[in-house]
Every structure is written in C-alpha cells, then in structure tokens.
Design a protein around this ligand. Structure first.
Ligand SMILES: *[C@@H]1O[C@H](CO)[C@@H](O)[C@H](O)[C@H]1NC(C)=O
Ligand SMILES: *[C@@H]1O[C@H](CO)[C@@H](O)[C@H](O)[C@H]1NC(C)=O
Ligand SMILES: *[C@@H]1O[C@H](CO)[C@@H](O)[C@H](O)[C@H]1NC(C)=O
Length: 332
C-alpha cells in the first residue's frame, strides 16, 4: 500500500469512515444524517452515468443496458455511476448475504469502466425487503463499488458541484395506508420524525452549500408524464426547498423510462433515468403531460453526464447505443 493511501486510510478510520477504492465512505446506515464524501480524483471534466430500476438478475434487457453502459463508460472514462433506486426487484434484499446482490449487481455490471463507485438511493421495491442490509457496509465489503445510504451529500472537490441524495419513499402516503403491508419501514420508524429530520437536514445542507451546481437525486418522480404520475407529496414538501436553494437539477427513477422536463413555473430541470431493465410499460394519462415535456422514451436505457465547471451535458442512450436526446445547461 502506498504511503499516501495508508495515511488516507488512517485519517478515514479516525473519522469513523471506511476507505474503499480511495473513496472515504461515511459511517453506514445513517437515517437522518446528511453525510459527506469526497472523491480524491478531482480533475475536470466530471463524467458519470445514471441508471435506475434495474436489479432483475440480468433479465428484461438489464444485461444489454449494462453492456452499453460499459461502452459509454469507457468512452467517457467515468468517475462513478448513480443509481436512482429500485436496485433489487421485486422485494429488495433479504439480508446482507442475499445472493441477488451478486446476480443482479456484481455479475451484471462486469464491464471494466463500471468498476467504479456506485452511489445509490433506495426505491420503493428496496423498502419491500431489508433496507438496513442495503445501506450496511457488509454489501460494500462484498463489492467495493457499492455505496447506498438513506440521505447523503456528496461533494466533488474542485468541480463546484454537490450532489444531495434523498430518501423519497417515506413521503408517499399510499405506502403507509393500514392495509398496505408491502413496506418494511426499518429506517423510518416514525414517518413524521423521519420526514421532518430529512427535510431539515436537506435544507441545512443546501443553505450552507456554495457549489455552483446543486443536483438532487431521489427515487420518486416530481414532474413526469410516465405511468406512475407525479409524486404530489414531493412537490408539495420537497420542491419548495429545492427551488428556494438554487437546485439546478432533480434526477429520479421510478418511472421505467427516460425523460426530460423543464417547466415554465420552476427553475429546475427534471430528469428521469429509470430504464435499467423492465420498461415499455405504456405512457400514463397525466393531465399535465405536455407541460414542459422536452423528451420522453418509454424503453430501456440510461443517461450519461459530462460536467465542466460551466456546463452540464447529458446524453440519453437506448440499449443499442443510440443517443436519443441531449441536454446542455450552461452557467457562468
Ligand atoms: C429489449 O430491447 C428491445 C429493443 O429495444 C425491445 O424490442 C424488447 O422488447 C426488449 N425486451 C424486453 C423484455 O423489454
Ligand atoms: C437485515 O439486515 C441486517 C444487517 O444489515 C441484519 O442485521 C438483520 O438481521 C436483517 N433482517 C432480517 C429480517 O433478516
Ligand atoms: C441531521 O438531522 C439530525 C436529526 O435532526 C441532526 O442530529 C444532524 O445534526 C443533522 N445533520 C446535519 C448535517 O445537518
């Protein structure tokens, strides 16, 4: 082990962190804490892929999406992958030893360029299983790429961008109805407390951030035209916080499609990347379906982002490697 790495490891351990792949992971399994990660590799541009709604043992074209991610990942020399949740279908993981972690993640994303950190949020299907296991360090020990926590913050040194990963699941009312036995709320024991702490954490983190680019990642849709429709609870409770604090982009999964929405009544860009496996589910009948809709693709694929200090560039790819849609956001 090189000296610098050994020193980093010591520093990380003294802060209660675990060092994997030269990334200092924060303490695991935090419920409320907005935590902080720095990737040491810090030269622009910053390139990453975004994929969501994927873990199906390679089925439903998951493997083909992975191959294409590998090709684009090599071309861009990506720094990391973001997962927008619904990591393991249908019912999350049973525990830290669940073989599905291997068959749906480690054995599927085998391409060299994808051997990089995966920053993940939890989706509703993950909450049907053992979410404590999904955010525990046992999984990162099994596959050092894996990082998942409920709500956390990721700061890229010298790139002027911060990512805020949020747990959107507890917001959804219908998951908490008495007759709904699908969800296991291990992290959110009390819904009110959990949401209040999370919104407070997010507000503090956004208010104190001086980053030029602020990007929020969550599983559920805020604005969308897909099958699930918009998550009312989120744009009622979370969107005002994002708008008041200069967030540029909200990235989500949940709808198994690719999507770009920029409405006249919000400064945010809403990007959906939920095409990691099963798709082709049909467009929903959302009344606002054409408000701000720039792009919608009801099929498999992923998003590839390249950032320079004044540019956020995203290409949406299908499983054959075609670029379906491009977004360029500029900032001085
Ligand atoms: C896999 O992708 C192809 C090409 O987009 C599509 O025609 C096919 O329906 C997909 N298969 C599944 C199971 O989604
Ligand atoms: C869930 O995973 C945690 C460890 O991450 C484990 O301690 C616990 O026993 C698991 N729960 C069940 C019901 O298997
Ligand atoms: C997040 O909220 C918890 C609970 O309210 C609090 O203890 C913690 O200090 C907050 N963290 C940050 C970084 O604001």
């Amino acid at each position: 082990m090189a000296w610098s790495k050994a020193l980093l490891l010591l520093k990380a351990q003294s802060l209660g962190m675990l060092l994997v792949n030269e990334v200092t992971w924060p303490e695991f399994a935090h419920q409320y804490l907005v935590v902080f990660i720095e990737v040491k590799k810090s030269v622009a541009p910053l390139n990453f892929l975004v994929v969501g709604d994927w873990g199906r043992d390679g089925l439903f074209n998951q493997t083909i999406v992975a191959e294409q991610m590998g090709i684009v990942g090599t071309k861009l020399n990506i720094d990391f992958v973001i997962s927008t949740g619904d990591n393991f279908y249908e019912n999350g993981l049973t525990g830290p030893d669940d073989t599905q972690f291997t068959t749906s993640f480690s054995d599927v994303y085998t391409q060299e360029s994808l051997q990089t950190p995966w920053y993940s949020v939890l989706g509703n299907h993950d909450y049907r299983g053992n979410v404590t296991a999904q955010v525990a360090k046992e999984l990162t020990i099994r596959d050092s790429r894996w990082f998942c926590s409920a709500t956390y913050q990721f700061v890229r040194e010298r790139m002027d961008v911060e990512f805020f990963f949020v747990d959107t699941n507890p917001f959804v009312e219908s998951y908490w109805r008495e007759n709904n036995k699908d969800y296991i709320w291990q992290l959110a024991i009390s819904r009110e407390d959990y949401i209040a702490h999370e919104l407070k954490n997010l507000t503090t983190a956004l208010e104190t951030s001086n980053a030029k680019w602020k990007i929020v990642v969550g599983h559920h849709t805020m604005r969308c035209v897909g099958k699930h429709g918009e998550t009312q609870e989120l744009f009622a409770q979370m969107l005002p916080i994002l708008e008041a604090n200069g967030v540029d982009i909200y990235i989500n999964g949940h709808d198994h499609c690719l999507q770009n929405i920029k409405r006249f009544d919000s400064p945010l860009h809403f990007l959906t990347s939920g095409g990691g496996s099963e798709a082709w589910r049909g467009r929903g009948n959302n009344e606002n379906k054409d408000v701000g809709l720039q792009f919608y693709y009801d099929g498999q694929g992923f998003a590839a982002v390249s950032m320079a200090p004044s540019l956020f560039h995203v290409d949406f790819y299908d499983i054959s490697g075609n670029i379906l849609h491009t977004v360029n956001l500029l900032k001085n």
